[in-house]
Design a protein around this ligand. Structure first.
Ligand code: PEP
Ligand code: MG
Length: 595
């Protein structure tokens, strides 16, 4: 409800395009602290030095954030601010004032004020803008002098429209653009850095609204028509509905753009990264397992050479209904863009087993791990499967996406799954939509049946990925989630190792690439065995990527192959563990399950 004395509509100056709708949040920064009591000039010099160091460190962080949210170009504002913090003239003037007996606060206020006024007097917009930066730096120094952190705008109510007297560039950069819907200020100009950042961050903004802006109360509904410089207070339901729709469209676009920018940065950081190889030069890709785009981004930052398993189920587990094609397309596209040019293997949804969802009738199974799960569900619920396949195909244009089917037990299933993929391709073609027709297709080897048939399955696909978590449980008939039999869950069991060997040999014999995406790939003492058996890739939890890369680089493939050959001859898990200890690839304590 609008306050009686607040106008129904206010106008200001557009600082960028876009529509925002949401509750108002009025930002009232703390009054700056008063000057500390007079002490010795030496103490004041020391206080100012500490405040400068803290302000410089914060400015560097803001620079990083600005480069991520906006661009390198815009982040240059903070380079300029760093120069101001370290400016010798400003430091000299402040030192004189301190020597004259002023407190660090008063000396800073005076020196910063004089400096800013001199710049403003030059009237050139460039110098006027620099004056804003000088005042921004001054405010930051004052807060650090007070022993408090500068006011943070990092945690505002979700979806709010931020109203303020004014906002400095550093305050705008602290905003979370997924949290704040838009901004409006009493003063300000569309050419200011504040406005530049708002535009770069995709935030609709109106500046120079005048003091009536702050008559709007916290929580009142407003619509910001930023392109027209208008603010509608307590809008009618239809205006609100249209504004919310426009906002939703803008948000998904921005999310895509931002992920793309982040991906570029991460890609730039990763470019020229050395391929992971064993000491004697055998290439072993070290990829990561991820649940969605955010984890994919973290994986890229950790140095992963791809996503060996994108567990798409996480998209399905959170909602009341299965995710839409659009929702999935965005997620897969983001992951692909972030990792490009490295591959991202999307596993088609592996629901059931230990992953039930409310919208599928899965309950009541005595043995859910052997029940209606994985590909079995997809082949029956063709609607779900088709939506996912279309989303993956559409996203395939934006990077190096691959598709992988889970829980395969036979040739028929793979033929049917490939048939569904063909249908999805045909439907996209009929709609004139593009995708990568040569997308690589693989399957997970996680059932004994798939191992037995590996030689017949290999010609049907481009690659295998060994899901050793399930493979171990099905080969040993040990429920992976049952604590009572956990001591029997041993991937180093020779039965499991021989099974893996059969699958890898079949893949290699058919010239197929083979990876491992189960937890076994992260076990440092078992990595020499997997590498020795000939796998091309290890896909591990994101935080372990660097460690696994190091591990691969320190082992020798020829010696590992010999070790694997000997391990395959062992007849008990204990023998395998002793072999690993003797070979020096595992210590008694680090050996899997102990010796
Ligand atoms: C596996 O079974 O090894 C695997 C990677 O898949 P999940 O753990 O998701 O079943
Ligand atoms: Mg599995």
């Amino acid at each position: 409800m609008a306050k009686a004395d607040a106008p129904r509509e206010l106008t200001g100056i557009s600082a960028g395009p876009g529509v925002a709708a949401g509750p108002a949040f009025v930002f009232r920064p703390d009054i700056l602290p008063t000057a500390a009591g007079r002490t010795t000039p030496e103490l004041q010099v020391e206080r100012l030095r500490a405040a400068r160091t803290a302000a410089a460190a914060q400015t560097r962080r803001l620079r990083e954030r600005a480069a991520t949210l906006a661009s390198e170009n815009e982040a240059g504002v903070f380079d300029a601010q760093l120069l101001i913090i370290e400016d010798p003239d400003l430091a000299g003037r402040t030192a004189e004032l301190l020597a004259a007996g002023l407190t660090a606060e008063d000396a800073t206020a005076t020196a910063i004020g004089d400096f800013a006024r001199r710049l403003e007097a030059l009237t050139d917009p460039y110098f006027v803008q620099r004056a804003t930066d000088v005042r921004d730096v001054g405010r930051r120094l004052q807060f650090f002098l007070s022993g408090r952190r500068p006011p943070t705008l990092g945690a505002l109510p979700w979806g709010c429209i931020l109203l303020a007297q004014d906002l400095s560039p550093s305050e705008v950069v602290q905003l979370d653009p997924d949290c704040v819907a838009g901004i409006a200020t009493v003063v300000g100009s569309p050419a200011s850095h504040t406005a530049v950042f708002a535009r770069a961050m995709g935030l609709p903004a109106v500046v120079g609204v005048g003091s009536e802006l702050l008559n709007i109360r916290d929580g009142e509904s407003i619509v910001l028509l930023a392109g027209a410089g208008r603010i509608v207070i307590d809008p009618d339901p239809e205006t609100m509905r249209r504004a919310l729709q426009a906002q939703a469209d803008r948000l998904s676009l921005r999310q895509r753009e931002r992920t793309w920018r982040l991906g570029q940065r991460v890609g730039a950081a990763g470019a020229g990264r050395e391929e992971t190889r064993t000491r004697d030069g055998r290439r072993v890709e070290v990829a990561a397992n991820a649940g969605g785009p955010a984890e994919a981004l973290a994986a890229a930052a950790e140095g992963a050479e791809g996503i060996g398993l994108l567990r798409s189920e996480l998209l399905y587990l959170t909602g009341e209904a299965a995710p839409s094609e659009e929702e999935q397309y965005l997620a897969y596209r983001q992951a692909a863009e972030v990792l490009r040019p490295y591959p991202v293997i999307v596993r088609t949804v592996d629901l059931g087993g230990d992953k039930p969802v409310p919208y599928l009738p899965l309950g009541g199974e005595a043995n859910p791990f052997m029940g209606f799960r994985g590909l079995r569900i997809c082949l029956e619920r063709r609607d779900l499967f088709r939506t996912q396949l279309r989303a993956i195909l559409r996203a395939s244009l934006h990077g190096n996406l691959e598709i992988m089917f889970p829980m395969v037990i036979g040739v028929d299933e793979v033929r049917q799954a490939r048939g569904a993929l063909e249908e999805a391709m045909a439907s996209l073609e009929a709609e004139g939509m593009s995708f990568d027709r040569r997308i690589r297709v693989g399957l997970m080897i996680e059932t004994p049946a798939a191992v037995m048939l590996a030689g017949d399955l290999a010609p049907l696909v481009d690659f295998f990925s060994l899901g050793t978590n399930d493979l171990t449980q099905y080969v040993l008939a040990v429920d992976r989630a049952n604590a009572q039999v956990a001591h029997l869950y041993q991937p180093e069991n020779p039965a499991v190792l021989r099974t893996i060997d059969m699958a890898v040999s079949a893949a290699l014999a058919h010239g197929r690439w083979v990876g491992v995406c189960g937890e076994m790939a992260s076990d440092l003492s078992l990595i020499p065995l997997l590498v020795g058996l000939g796998v091309n890739e290890l896909s591990v939890a994101v935080p372990l990527v660097a460690e696994v890369r190091d591990r691969v680089q320190e082992i020798d493939y020829t010696r590992s192959a010999e070790l694997a050959r000997r391990a395959l001859k062992c007849v008990t898990p204990g023998e395998v563990r002793r072999l690993l200890v003797e070979a020096g690839v595992s210590s008694p304590r680090s050996a899997p399950g102990g010796v």
